[in-house]
Design a protein around this ligand. Structure first.
Ligand SMILES: [Zn+2]
Length: 507
């Protein structure tokens, strides 16, 4: 804006100066006299200036002519490309200027100017690998898909630009939702440039969504070999993929291969909980309970998880409660202060109806870290110890609004999953699920605190319906109803808690 204003002012000033200069020269008496032999030229001041300008122009033409003559002489002396080179230099200069302008326009978002300049540059330079790139990007920016596709296809013909063409077409297919063609293109692009991180990720994600775990593992291996992924990350992801492959093979009915794959996944990443469980079951099928126990306790040492305890119980389904408590010592001694260990021990003792031991095992978890599971366990223990119903109801009411404790949470989008999956169901990220407590803002129980008061206070309010209150605003009437209804639900939960919670580890 300021620059164009400046240019206009400069132009006006120059015109003014030229006018003033010309008028001054016209008024001046002096001049230039040139003697050439017998001839004499007399030039006025203005004429002299014009002559000077003509002279400069003539000199420029002469220089150009000399350049051409030199090129011609060289050509005559056998340098066949001398003349074409002489003209090419000019074309090249114009071509690169157009190319530069095209790139500038692309950067500043003027896609039409970019396309025009690219076409001009192409006319001068004849270097499609450069100009097509600009045209493709400009077309993409302008939303002209057809033009972009056409240019990408042109890029395919040159080895140097093939990758860009394939990648461009792949992205177009992905946007269109044509995953099948996109996958073929991704495979092609990945074969051309295995060290290209983005293409590898796209291919991997596509293979994972198509359940092509075997292909995904190969892609991952190539990525690691080309240094596009750190080795340890590659190993962990390979374990996740091997686990999925095992699940797939298992569904196909090939249990022997599935077993091998599960065990392999577990060996690659012993802390991957679902892999450890699958491997343990594979060992159990081979009637090798010792190995099953070993993989499970190894995984438990890395990170205690209720599913591991459940699988550990499966090793000897028919043992007595006392035997089970003894056998579980391998697990419970690993992280004695971990909440998961405390809950597991409490559940084992509840199953054995050893209420005092169960309470001791649970420790101060109910006050320090009250989760739904802890509070229902506590209620079960209190009930076993013969505590009054109101106490148990109070505990269960607290359990309803308590946090749910650790769950499978996506590290990327914080989405909560019921079961472990290799790909987040919400954001599609790979291997981002972690067993941890969701952030408080992610989970909110409906109903909430209001229910608490109703449930706990209900028995006291119920026997006093005679309180003198007007009919419209009688609070005593609806409350017993609500309380009773919720009571049933809670009672149901209480018996559930009694039987189902320990059943998890017993069954
Ligand atoms: Zn996610």
């Amino acid at each position: 804006m300021i620059w164009s204003l400046f240019k206009i002012i400069l132009f006006v000033v120059l015109i003014g100066a030229a006018t003033v200069g010309a008028a001054y020269l016209l008024e001046t008496d002096g001049g230039i006299r040139i003697d050439v032999g017998a001839t004499e030229f007399n030039l006025g001041a203005l004429q002299a200036v014009i002559a000077l300008i003509v002279l400069v122009f003539a000199l420029w033409v002469l220089l150009k002519l000399v350049g051409l003559i030199v090129a011609t002489v060289r050509f005559l002396n056998g340098d066949e490309t001398a003349i074409s080179r002489h003209f090419d230099r000019n074309r090249e200069r114009k071509g690169y200027a157009a190319l530069a302008e095209g790139m500038m326009a692309l950067a500043s978002g003027e896609e039409r100017t970019a396309m025009t300049n690219a076409a001009r540059a192409e006319r001068y330079l004849r270097r499609p690998e450069l100009t097509n790139l600009i045209t493709a990007q400009a077309a993409e920016m302008a939303g002209d898909r057809k033009k972009a596709t056409e240019v990408y296809k042109r890029l395919l013909t040159d080895e140097r630009t093939k990758f860009v063409g394939v990648r461009g077409l792949m992205k177009q297919k992905l946007e269109e939702g044509d995953t099948e063609t996109a996958m073929k293109l991704a495979e092609k692009a990945f074969a051309l440039k295995p060290q290209h991180a983005e293409t590898g990720d796209v291919l991997l994600a596509l293979q994972a969504t198509q359940n092509d775990w075997h292909g995904a593992r190969e892609t991952l291996g190539t990525k690691v070999r080309h240094g596009a992924l750190p080795k340890d990350v590659g190993k962990r992801r390979d374990a996740v993929l091997a686990l999925q492959e095992a699940k797939g093979v298992f569904e196909e009915g090939n249990s022997i291969r599935a077993r091998e794959a599960a065990i392999e996944a577990n060996q690659k990443s012993p802390d991957l909980i679902p892999a450890a469980i699958l491997a343990a079951r594979a060992y159990l099928e081979q009637e090798n309970p010792r190995y099953a126990a070993r993989v499970l306790s190894k995984a438990w040492k890395a990170s205690p998880h209720p599913d591991l305890a459940a699988a550990y119980a499966e090793i000897k389904p028919d043992e007595s409660s006392a035997e089970r408590i003894k056998r579980f010592r391998t697990l419970t001694k690993a992280h004695p202060d971990h909440p998961e260990t405390k809950m597991l021990l409490a559940e084992l003792h509840v199953a054995a109806q050893e209420w005092d031991k169960a309470k001791a095992a649970l420790g101060d978890l109910a006050t320090e870290h009250p989760t739904q599971r802890v509070l229902t366990l506590e209620a079960a223990i209190e009930r076993g110890q013969g505590a009054p119903d109101s106490d148990i109801r109070a505990l269960l009411a607290k359990a309803v609004v308590a946090p749910r404790g650790p769950q499978w949470v996506c590290d990327k989008c914080n989405h909560i999953h019921g079961d472990w999956t290799p790909i987040c169901g919400n954001c599609g990220a790979f291997d981002t699920l972690a067993w941890r407590e969701p952030e408080a803002s992610d989970v909110r129980m409906p109903g909430g605190a209001g229910m608490d008061a109703l449930l706990v206070g209900a028995p006291d309010i119920a026997p006093e319906p005679e309180t003198v209150v007007s009919a419209e605003e009688d609070p005593a009437e609806p409350i017993p109803e609500v309380a009773e209804a919720s009571d049933d639900v809670i009672e149901g939960e209480a018996s559930d808690a009694d039987e189902e919670e320990p059943a998890k580890t017993t069954g």
